[in-house]
Design a protein around this ligand. Structure first.
Ligand SMILES: NC(=O)c1ccc[n+]([C@@H]2O[C@H](COP(=O)([O-])OP(=O)(O)OC[C@H]3O[C@@H](n4cnc5c(N)ncnc54)[C@H](O)[C@@H]3O)[C@@H](O)[C@H]2O)c1
Ligand SMILES: O=C/C=C/C=C(\O)C(=O)O
Length: 486
């Protein structure tokens, strides 16, 4: 059986404890690899390697050389595209058609974009008068923050991990990555690419394991890590924030959401249906930016519901290798239990199940997989847990509204504020509503359209800080002001 080891100081190493856990393919429930679980010893070795590399060749490298190497990392991912694709699809079960368009290309782009950006960042400077008349000059320089702990989730494993590692390395930091226990493969494979690209040993380190009382907690408790960037659940974010408080370490948190789609009667219905379909069902609904609450203006409510139902029933469920499949399983049987508990709760709370609501019939060879049906409900109270909790599954509740004010109020009533999609052809309304919806990311007549130079992150309980473009620099660098008396 294949073993997945930690990547520390440029070498793949096993755990001293010999502890291994299963890496399971959610398509059929079969174990595909055994993964080493890091103890404090491996986490400490990884952090020490990161610290040493900062003082070694990496810290001394010119910006030109560093960014050239990061381009080679991106090229290395593209050169081994099929291996990354296979690994990502085995860990997650997602359709290859999706991973080959989104996950793997973005994995490479995350290195290129930040390598190019860092070369063009201006510095600020202020001249000031002094009492003796000679004056002084201030200028600010950016320095790497140090060793960064990167803790990433399982839904878009390579994309979300490199979204942090790309800018972290571009800014000259070193990293210790703790990928999700559900999806360790592409993070492990990236070690080989780093080595081949000439990234010095100790710059990119990976430790595998779980969150609490395992590698994740050992990493956040380690006092020689300078900051943590985390994507995952809001409750985990709270724990990491507490851990980072000891020693006053910085954090960047991209957390959960319960995003609202607002569909106005003046929308282009075809676009609204197509976009809402993607936002509810792509990646089996496991996208933090996804729409689980859809609010539709009453005059088009019935038409919208019936058209969304029709499209949802056209989704083709199948394994990654099925070229026609556009809908895979959930990431694990454990996550399926959670999603199905909400499917059941919806019925208990009196929902009308427009479509789905259960588990699809799958051929024998996939019977052990984490499959669920794409599901649409109407008729729930806004206080039902199905409408207030992030389910992170392929499902949405559709509710009618009568006025723009009501739509905005409904969108804003939860403690989350990650993303929202607004569907209208009225440009004034688009601006007006976008300005009032409480979320870090608003799409108008689109969804998950990403320009990596833009600020990305959530408000309220959906996160702290923004990454993307120059905003990533705020987290991944320390600014130092130099004041020179002339
Ligand atoms: N805002 C965003 O950009 C964004 C993007 C993707 C996913 N998400 C959110 O992520 C969640 C799904 O991902 P998940 O289930 O992997 O999240 P999760 O919080 O369970 O796990 C994320 C990572 O944190 C680790 N972890 C868990 N407990 C920990 C602890 N006590 N200390 C240190 N590390 C710990 C896990 O092992 C994993 O690597 C959803 O809530 C989703 O909305 C948010
Ligand atoms: O599931 C969450 C998706 C997050 C996407 C990004 O972080 C991104 O596109 O940079």
């Amino acid at each position: 059986m294949k073993e997945i080891k930690h990547y520390i100081n440029g070498e793949y190493v096993g755990s001293a404890s010999g502890k291994l856990f299963d890496n399971v393919n959610p398509v059929n429930g079969k174990v595909i690899a055994k993964v080493h679980e890091a103890g404090r010893e491996e986490v400490d070795a990884a952090v020490k390697a990161g610290r040493a590399a900062l003082r070694g060749p990496w810290g001394k490298m010119t910006l030109e050389e560093r960014t050239r190497i990061l381009h080679k990392v991106a090229d290395g991912i593209n050169d081994r595209f099929d291996e990354f694709l296979e690994a990502e699809c085995q860990d997650t079960g997602k359709p290859k058609s999706m991973a080959s368009h989104i996950d793997i290309p973005r994995g490479a782009a995350n290195f290129k974009v930040f390598a190019d950006m860092i070369k063009n960042v201006p510095t600020e400077s202020f001249e000031m008068p002094t009492p003796d008349g000679t004056g002084a000059l201030n200028y600010a320089v950016r320095r790497p923050k140090g060793v960064i702990g990167v803790i990433s989730p399982w839904n878009l494993p390579l994309l979300l991990m490199t979204w942090k590692v790309g800018p972290a390395l571009a800014c000259g930091n070193t990293v210790v990555v703790k990928p999700s226990e559900e999806t360790p493969s592409t993070t492990a494979l990236l070690g080989e690419v780093m080595k081949d690209a000439g990234v010095p040993d100790g710059v990119y380190n990976v430790v595998h394991g779980f969150g609490g009382d395992s590698a994740g907690a050992f990493l956040t408790e380690h006092q020689d890590v300078d900051g943590f960037t985390f994507t995952g659940e809001t409750t985990t974010g709270e724990i990491i924030m507490k851990s980072a408080a000891k020693g006053i370490r910085d954090i960047s948190l991209e957390l959960g959401g319960k995003n609202a789609g607002l569909v106005f009667a003046d929308c282009d219905m075809d676009k609204a249906i197509e976009g809402t379909m993607r936002s509810a069902f792509v990646n089996c609904g496991q996208v933090c930016l996804g729409t689980e609450r859809v609010y539709v203006e009453r005059s088009i409510f019935d038409e919208f519901v019936s058209r969304l139902k029709e499209e949802a029933e056209k989704l083709r469920i199948g394994p990654p290798d099925d070229d026609k499949a556009n809908f895979g399983p959930l990431v694990s049987l454990k996550h399926r239990e959670k999603v199905l508990s909400y499917y059941q709760k919806a019925v208990e709370d009196g929902a009308t199940v427009v479509t789905g609501g259960g588990v699809p019939d799958m051929p024998e060879e996939y019977a052990g997989g984490a499959w669920v049906q794409p599901t649409i409900w109407t008729g729930l109270s806004e206080d039902s847990a199905v409408v207030t909790d992030e389910i992170f599954g392929p499902c949405c509740h559709i509710c009618p509204f009568d006025t723009e004010e009501e739509a905005i109020e409904l969108a804003n009533r939860l403690p989350y504020g990650l993303a929202s999609a607004i569907w209208t052809e009225n440009v004034s309304r688009a601006h007006r509503v976008a300005g009032q919806v409480e979320a870090g990311i608003i799409w108008v007549n689109s969804w998950f359209l990403r320009d990596l130079r833009t600020p990305f992150g959530g408000s309220k309980q959906s996160g702290i800080g923004r990454e993307g473009g120059v905003h990533s620099l705020e987290f991944y660098t320390e600014m130092k002001n130099v004041c020179i008396k002339l």
